[in-house]
Design a protein around this ligand. Structure first.
Ligand SMILES: [Zn+2]
Length: 436
């Protein structure tokens, strides 16, 4: 017989369609799924439930729609360089020396940092998908893993593009019934993947029903080569190649005009907005307000920890609000509740996972408990949400469950030895840097 865990909290933000906020609220979990949600008088009696009385606010786990978490190994490197030099002079040489164990330790530490800050799902693009999956599972993080499809001289070790795609499809097939890991097709970007493999990646993703995750229009001149060769913007080019027939998440999406936004809206493309990274690399101010007004789901994502540098959803939400308001010169755009949605229900929709991002019956039991004692003063009940976004930090997160399994207690990750992972990452980061 399945066991029932019953969580009682003074406040439960459900983030479902009507954004119900229960105070107090009850959440029942059976076999990793949410089985009942409501006020205490609304939920069925469960005499055999294990009851957990919590203090604080229970939220849906945060969904990080774009990350390269093993880059904790490269955090802080190349500070202040323009993005092309940052990549070619610092990131790629060090990444060329990464061993599978380096990636495993980087992912463990990245996953631990994310869980400790309330991120329960991360959509990752990085090398060695099985190493990524094993590390995520060990730490208890839910992960979507896209091995980056890259076609370039010097990257022969990745194999031909046909081999890379075949391996990505096989990885996805092997994890089709995995409760924690999903395989994703990840052509790196239109400017790094030639026409034929890009078209094929889109065809395969659509045919197999797999998510397709790629970088789009991060830098101002990223699309110049495509425009010179094909006479159209990157979104139009992707549309012409048929890539947008798949379910697509476009990371960054900074340099998009109204026509591009219309292309995304027509094809159901979602955007993973990375405001801190976009600020650090001076990439630009993404048209978040226009995208959302056009019906494009926009998730707020951390990008890699060499670009953020914290895997901190709270800082990311604030940056998203700051940049959207500065871009529009309007303090009324993108409020705290919008930002919260963009790391929960809207982010889940962006990555095609309607079973995540809300505390609702039938959804996965990915839950975050936040300490609300320092979120004050609460004059109106809604102040709590405003404070959570403007003043919350990863340290506000006290407990986290993924698929019903508790992975953070008293603010600490309980699944791995985080100090050991940090020591491994430091030693490996020094080795990677020393031979630069
Ligand atoms: Zn990225």
């Amino acid at each position: 017989m399945s066991t029932v865990d019953r969580y009682l909290a003074p406040d439960v933000l459900t983030q479902d369609a009507d954004e119900r906020w229960l105070s107090p609220g009850v959440v029942d979990v059976i076999d990793g799924r949410i089985d009942a949600v409501g006020r205490p008088e609304e939920v069925p009696d469960r005499p055999h439930a294990t009851v957990h009385q919590l203090s604080g606010m229970l939220l849906p786990g945060f969904v990080n729609a774009h990350a390269h978490s093993p880059m904790v190994l490269l955090r802080g490197a190349g500070e202040g360089l323009p993005v092309d030099r940052w990549l070619t002079e610092v990131m790629w040489p060090r990444e060329g020396r990464l061993s599978p164990d380096d990636i495993g330790w980087g992912m463990r530490l990245g996953a631990a940092e994310m869980l400790a800050g309330g991120i329960t799902t991360s959509s990752e693009m990085y090398f060695r998908p099985q190493v990524m999956a094993d590390a995520a599972r060990e730490v208890g993080l839910r992960a979507l893993v896209a091995p980056p499809l890259l076609v370039s001289e010097g990257l022969d070790a990745l194999g031909t593009w046909e081999q890379q795609l075949e391996a990505a499809v096989a990885f996805a097939a092997a994890h089709r019934d995995d409760p924690l890991i999903d395989g994703v097709i990840g052509p790196h970007a239109a400017y790094t993947v030639p026409e034929v493999p890009l078209r094929e990646a889109g065809r395969i993703a659509a045919a197999e029903g797999l998510l397709l995750h790629l970088h789009v229009a991060e830098g101002e001149h990223e699309g110049d080569r495509i425009r010179a060769r094909h006479g159209v913007s990157v979104p139009r080019y992707l549309e012409q190649l048929g890539v947008l027939e798949a379910r697509v998440v476009a990371a960054h999406g900074v340099w998009l005009d109204d026509d591009d936004i219309g292309v995304f809206a027509r094809h159901g493309v979602a955007v993973a907005h990375c405001p801190v990274s976009n600020g650090k690399h001076a990439s630009g101010l993404a048209p978040v307000t226009a995208l959302r007004a056009a019906g494009v789901p926009v998730a707020i994502a951390t990008d890699g920890p060499a670009s953020h540098d914290r895997l901190d959803v709270f800082a990311e939400m604030r940056a998203a609000i700051h940049l959207a308001r500065l871009r529009e010169r309007d303090a009324s755009v993108l409020g705290p509740v919008d930002a919260l949605r963009m790391v929960t229900s809207e982010a889940a929709r962006a990555i095609g996972r309607d079973d995540l991002g809300a505390i609702a019956v039938g959804r996965r039991a990915d839950l975050v408990l936040v300490d609300t004692r320092r979120l004050r003063p609460v004059v109106e009940p809604r102040d709590l949400l405003t404070h959570l976004v403007w003043s919350g930090t990863p340290e506000s997160v006290r407990a986290v469950w993924v698929e019903g399994r508790q992975v953070v207690a008293d603010g600490e990750v309980t699944t791995i030895d985080v100090q050991r992972a940090a020591a491994e990452v430091t030693a490996r980061a020094r080795r990677l840097a020393a031979r630069a």
